[in-house]
Design a protein around this ligand. Structure first.
Ligand SMILES: Nc1nc2c(ncn2[C@@H]2O[C@H](COP(=O)(O)OP(=O)(O)OP(=O)(O)O)[C@@H](O)[C@H]2O)c(=O)[nH]1
Ligand SMILES: [Mg+2]
Length: 418
């Protein structure tokens, strides 16, 4: 009783834009304190007004400096702006977050600006959920735009694409020379490409390189991704960047994170079972489907003599096959052909002949084009025992459907063409 009235009180204070209440609420969400989920629920219905802009890019690209310039531009235009900077909590970037705070502190002191750094501590899924709730809260508090800064490092950029209405990918000069340096997903999620440090020598060449790269790709739903040259140091191109972000929101809408229609669960279960039945490799490894649904799948196998390595324990390749099968089924459960881009596996314990192992895959984040999964391989028929291996994977979601009459057979192994 007392807790719920407390929640209502702080929800009201958040709606009024009370800075202390907002700061307290974010801390509660970050630490999953009692009442935090109820507060998030109380405010969730008011989310969807703010324009959420994701700013991502490689470490040191100039994201924070650019955001500081955007803060100044927004306040000049009389807008209330919030920034959430997500720290990947690596020892290397520990100092960078402090740097963010210092660089942004001048603007943060202003009444219409709210800046907060989050430490990601732990897995991407938890971070994605917390960040989403904090964005909803800032949205409900009337900030518009809400900017989210993340370092482009695999899964974080997938998470930001799910969250933001407009994704700006910041490319420092020189990166365009070596397109391979830009990881598979990062260009895929860009609504705006921003070349930073426009005052340095290579910047215009980088603009040309990126424009050349974009010319090779199909347009996305009528929106033409612009390449914008900025120099936060000189304050150049910042107004144009904000204008381009506004234009993207006009063209493609706001509240992208709130609308993610999913087909009925029964469809996914049946589809996943059909896919599993067509998987000759999994069948050869004696991997069986246990359960599946939207974005998740569970498979199991009994370690047999054919799974053993020269030490007499279960071969790492067999564990990989088990985890990868769950990954493939979960990522293809939505009906679109998903192609694996990147996986990572950690082995924790050995498994022996006769043991039953289960792998459970769950979706960590999903956008129109990219999705990430976490898979745990555990002992026991339903994975109730200890952890044997853990696996994370990212897929590229193609435009092809499993169910379409002229649809090709699913080829998870096929890489997407550029
Ligand atoms: N010459 C020049 N340097 C810049 C500009 N913007 C940022 N820098 C420099 O680039 C370095 C990195 O800038 P940050 O803004 O911290 O970059 P970041 O992408 O936020 O970095 P992380 O958060 O650590 O990934 C700093 O030394 C900045 O001074 C610019 O417009 N021109
Ligand atoms: Mg930064």
């Amino acid at each position: 009783m007392e807790k719920s009235s407390l929640t209502l009180l702080s929800a009201d204070a958040v709606r009024r834009g009370d800075r202390a209440a907002i700061a307290r609420a974010i801390t509660a969400l970050e630490n999953e304190m009692p009442g935090a989920a109820a507060l998030a629920d109380a405010l969730a219905t008011e989310a969807g007004r703010a324009h959420v802009i994701g700013i991502t890019g490689p470490p040191g690209a100039g994201k924070s400096t650019l955001i500081a310039a955007l803060l100044a531009e927004c306040t000049k235009r009389g807008r209330r702006i919030a920034v959430v900077a997500v720290d990947p909590s690596s020892p290397l970037s520990g100092g960078a977050v402090l740097g963010d705070r210092i660089r942004m502190s001048e603007q943060a002191a202003a009444e219409n600006v709210f800046v907060r750094s989050l430490a990601s501590r732990g897995h991407a899924g938890g971070l994605a959920r917390t960040t989403r709730r904090i964005v909803d809260l800032l949205d409900a508090a009337g900030y518009d735009p809400v900017i989210v800064e993340t370092v482009g490092a695999g899964q974080s950029e997938v998470a930001i694409a799910a969250l933001a209405d407009t994704c700006a990918v910041v490319c420092p000069p020189g990166l365009g020379d070596d397109v391979q340096a830009i990881k598979a997903g990062i260009l895929e999620i860009a609504d705006l490409l921003v070349v930073s440090k426009g005052d340095s020598a290579l910047a215009t060449a980088t603009v040309r390189d990126l424009e050349g790269m974009l010319a090779l790709r199909a347009r996305r739903g009528g929106w033409k991704v612009p390449v914008l040259l900025t120099s936060a140091a000189r304050g150049e191109g910042v107004a144009a960047l904000l204008d381009a972000a506004d234009a993207h929101a006009q063209a493609c809408g706001r509240g992208r994170r709130l609308a993610r229609p999913e087909p009925a669960p029964a469809d996914e279960r049946a589809r996943t079972a059909a896919l599993a039945a067509r998987d000759a490799f999994a069948r050869n490894c004696r991997i069986e489907l246990v359960d599946a649904g939207a974005g998740h799948a569970e498979v199991a196998m009994t370690v047999g003599a054919e799974h053993l390595n020269f030490n007499g324990t279960c071969h790492g390749g067999a564990l990989f096959a088990l985890a990868d099968t769950a990954f493939g089924l979960a990522s293809n459960s939505h009906g679109r052909v998903a192609a694996g881009i990147e996986v990572h596996i950690s082995y924790h314990a050995a498994a022996r002949e006769g043991e039953r192992l289960a792998a459970r895959a769950s979706e960590v984040s999903r956008t129109r084009r990219l999705a990430t999964y976490r898979i745990e391989v555990r002992r026991g028929a339903r994975g109730e025992g200890d952890l044997v291996a853990s696996f994370t994977g990212t897929v590229y979601v193609t435009g092809r459907h499993h169910d379409s009459p002229d649809g090709e057979a699913p080829t998870r192994s096929s890489r997407r063409s550029p």
